[in-house]
Design a protein around this ligand. Structure first.
Ligand code: HXC
Length: 510
C-alpha cells in the first residue's frame, strides 16, 4: 500500500512540473507565473480541486508518442473566491507552448459542462500558441468544442478570460465569446495571426505589441476590457470582479456587508455642475460619491472614454453604472461609446444586475466619419439594449439630455423605473443656440432678436420641469441627496417582475 501511495505522490509531483524546470525558469524569466502559480493566486488558499491531472494526449504523429506530459498543457478544476465557487482552466505554456490538443480541449470542455450544470463562473487563463500543430484537425475540432460551450454558457454563467501570454488563432476566439477579457501589459498578445504572417500577406511590418498587445486591445480595438501590470495584479483584480457578479443567471448578485450609510449626504455634489453649461466636469466624481465606500470597478476604462461603464455597490448590492462623461467629447454618444455601453447593459441584464444611468449627453456625434461607420446601427444597439433590459433601471439626468440621446439613455419611455433629474437638467430636442438657428432662421441677421429667441428657448426648455410636468421625470432631486434617493429607488425594486414577450431570441442590430 505504501508503495502505491508513494507512486501517486511521485506521479503528482511529475505532473506539477509540467514541461520541466528549465521551461518553468524560462517562464519566470519572462516575468510570467506558471499555470499553477496563477491558480494559487486566483482562488482561496487550499480551495483548488484539480481534475484530469494525469490526462495525456493520444497523438502518434511526428514522434509525439514519446513526448507525453501528464495534464497535457492545461490545469483544470474548481475552487472558491471569497468562498464562492468558480471553475478554472489555466494553460501551461511549458507544455508545447500551452497549445491545444484534442485531450487538452476535452479537459476544458469537462469543466465548462460542469460550470453550466452547477451554475458557477468559468475563468480561463490563456497562455497558448493555439491549435497543437502536430494534431492537425483533431485540435481544430477541440477548439470548436470549446467555442460551442462558450456560446451555450453565455448568459448562463459569467465567463472571464485572462490573457497571460501569446494567444493566436483559436486561442483568441474562445476568449472573444466570453463576457470579459483582461490582459497583462507587455507579456500578453492576442491576434488572429502573428506579425510574420501579416508581413507575408499584407507586407505590413508590425511588432507583436503593436499588433495585439494590451495597449492595442484596451485602447484601439476594445477587444479587451482592461489591462494589468503583472500576473499578480491580474489575479487580484479578477477576484475583485468576481465579488460583484452572481454565480449564474438563476441567482442574484452577492450582497456584501457595507459600512457606508445609504443616507449619506454629499453637499459637494450641489456645486458639481459648473455655471457655464459648456464647461466639463468629471462624472466619475458623482459615481464614486454615490457608491458604497467609493468603490468603483471600471470596465473598458481606456476605450470610448465619453461613456463610463462599471460596477458599484449600493447597500451592499451590485449595481451596473453607465454614465456619460462630459470631460471627453462633451459626453456625446458615438459609435464606440454606444457599442461599449450596449454590451455592458446586456451583460447586466443577463445576470440580473440593476442599472444606474447617469446622463449628461448633448446628443449623437455628427459627421461623415460617424455616418459612414454606421452610427445609426451602432447607436441603435444601445437603444435596443436599454429597451429590452428588464432589470431595475434608475436614471439621473444631471445636465444635458438632448435629442435622441435623451430617449436612449434609459429614459422613462424605455421602461426606466425611476427617472430623476437634478435642478440643473436641460431636457430638450437640442441646445438653445442650435434650436434658435433652425426655428428662427429668418432672424439670423438680427443678433438682438436671436439673443431674445435663445433666451426664450432656454427659459422654456433648459430645465427639468417640462419633462416633470408630463411625468417623464418622476422627481427633481437635490444633487446632495443622490445616493440616498438612488439607494431607496433600487431597494424598492428588489422584487421587480418584468418579462418580455416570448421569442426564440431577439435580433439586436449587430
Ligand atoms: C505545438 C507549439 C505551438 C503549437 C508553440 N509550441 N506553439 N507546439 N503547437 N501551436 C511549442 C514550441 O514548439 C516550443 O516547444 C514551445 O511551445 C514554446 O514556443 P516558442 O516558439 O519557443 O516560444 P516563443 O518564442 O515565446 O513563441 C511563442 C509563440 C510561437 C508566439 C506562441 O510559438 C508561435 O508562433 N507558435 C505558433 C502559433 C500558431 O500559429 N498557432 C496556430 C494558430 S492556428 P519547445 O519544445 O521548444 O519548448 C489555430 C487554429 C484554430 O489556432 C482556429 C480556430 C478558429
Amino acid at each position: 500500500m505504501k508503495d502505491i501511495l508513494t507512486e501517486l505522490e511521485d506521479r503528482r509531483n511529475d505532473a506539477r512540473l509540467g514541461g520541466g524546470q528549465k521551461r518553468i525558469d524560462a517562464q519566470h524569466g519572462r516575468g510570467k507565473l506558471t499555470a499553477r502559480e496563477r491558480i494559487e493566486l486566483l482562488v482561496d488558499e487550499g480551495s483548488f480541486e484539480e481534475f484530469d491531472m494525469f490526462v495525456t494526449h493520444r497523438c502518434t504523429d511526428f514522434g509525439m508518442e514519446k513526448q507525453k506530459t501528464a495534464g497535457d498543457g492545461v490545469v483544470t478544476g474548481w475552487g472558491t473566491i471569497n468562498g464562492r465557487m468558480v471553475y478554472v482552466f489555466s494553460q501551461d505554456f511549458t507544455v508545447f507552448g500551452g497549445s491545444l490538443s484534442e485531450t487538452h480541449a476535452q479537459k476544458i470542455c469537462k469543466i465548462m459542462d460542469m460550470a453550466i450544470q452547477n451554475g458557477a463562473p468559468v475563468i480561463g487563463i490563456n497562455d497558448s500558441g493555439g491549435a497543437r500543430i502536430q494534431e492537425g484537425v483533431a485540435s481544430l475540432a477541440g477548439y470548436a468544442e470549446v467555442f460551442q460551450r462558450n456560446i451555450m454558457a453565455s448568459g448562463v454563467v459569467p465567463q472571464i478570460s485572462v490573457i497571460m501570454g501569446p494567444c493566436a488563432g483559436g486561442a483568441v476566439y474562445s476568449p472573444a465569446m466570453t463576457d470579459f477579457i483582461f490582459m497583462v501589459k507587455d507579456t500578453s498578445y492576442m491576434f488572429v495571426t502573428g506579425p510574420d504572417v501579416v508581413k507575408t500577406v499584407t507586407n505590413e511590418v508590425v511588432t507583436a505589441e503593436e499588433l495585439g498587445g494590451a495597449s492595442t486591445h484596451t485602447k484601439k480595438s476594445s477587444v479587451a476590457d482592461g489591462a494589468f501590470e503583472n500576473d499578480v495584479e491580474a489575479m487580484a483584480e479578477v477576484r475583485r470582479l468576481v465579488d460583484f457578479l452572481p454565480l449564474n443567471n438563476r441567482e442574484k448578485p452577492p450582497v456584501r456587508p457595507f459600512f457606508d450609510s445609504p443616507e449619506r449626504i454629499e453637499t459637494s455634489l450641489d456645486t458639481l455642475i459648473p455655471d457655464n453649461p459648456n464647461t466639463p466636469y468629471d462624472m466619475k466624481e458623482l459615481i464614486t460619491k454615490v457608491a458604497d465606500e467609493g468603490d468603483f470597478y471600471e470596465i473598458q476604462e481606456d476605450f470610448a472614454k465619453n461613456i463610463i461603464t462599471g460596477f458599484i455597490r449600493l447597500e451592499g448590492q451590485t449595481v451596473g453604472v453607465v454614465a456619460n462623461q462630459p470631460m471627453v467629447l462633451a459626453g456625446c454618444l458615438d459609435i464606440d461609446s454606444s457599442r461599449k455601453a450596449a454590451r455592458f447593459v446586456r451583460f447586466c441584464d443577463c445576470f440580473e444586475i440593476p442599472i444606474l444611468t447617469l446622463v449628461d449627453v448633448p446628443g449623437f456625434l455628427p459627421g461623415t466619419s460617424q455616418e459612414y461607420g454606421g452610427v445609426i446601427k451602432h447607436g441603435a444597439k444601445l437603444l435596443f439594449a436599454y429597451g429590452e433590459a428588464t432589470v431595475p433601471k434608475v436614471t439621473v439626468i444631471t445636465r444635458k439630455a438632448y435629442g435622441g440621446a435623451y430617449d436612449v439613455m434609459a429614459s422613462k419611455h424605455l421602461r426606466g423605473d425611476f427617472n430623476y433629474a437634478w435642478p440643473s437638467a436641460e431636457i430638450a430636442v437640442m441646445g438653445a443656440k442650435g434650436a434658435t438657428e433652425i426655428i428662427h432662421r429668418a432672424d439670423l441677421g438680427d443678433s438682438e432678436k436671436i439673443a431674445q429667441h435663445t433666451k426664450d428657448y432656454e427659459d422654456r426648455f433648459a430645465n427639468p420641469f417640462v419633462a416633470a410636468e408630463r411625468g417623464f421625470i418622476d422627481e427633481v432631486i437635490m444633487p446632495q441627496s443622490t445616493r440616498r434617493r438612488v439607494s431607496r429607488a433600487f431597494a424598492s425594486l428588489r422584487n421587480k417582475q418584468l418579462k418580455n414577450p416570448w421569442k426564440k431570441h431577439d435580433n439586436i442590430p449587430l
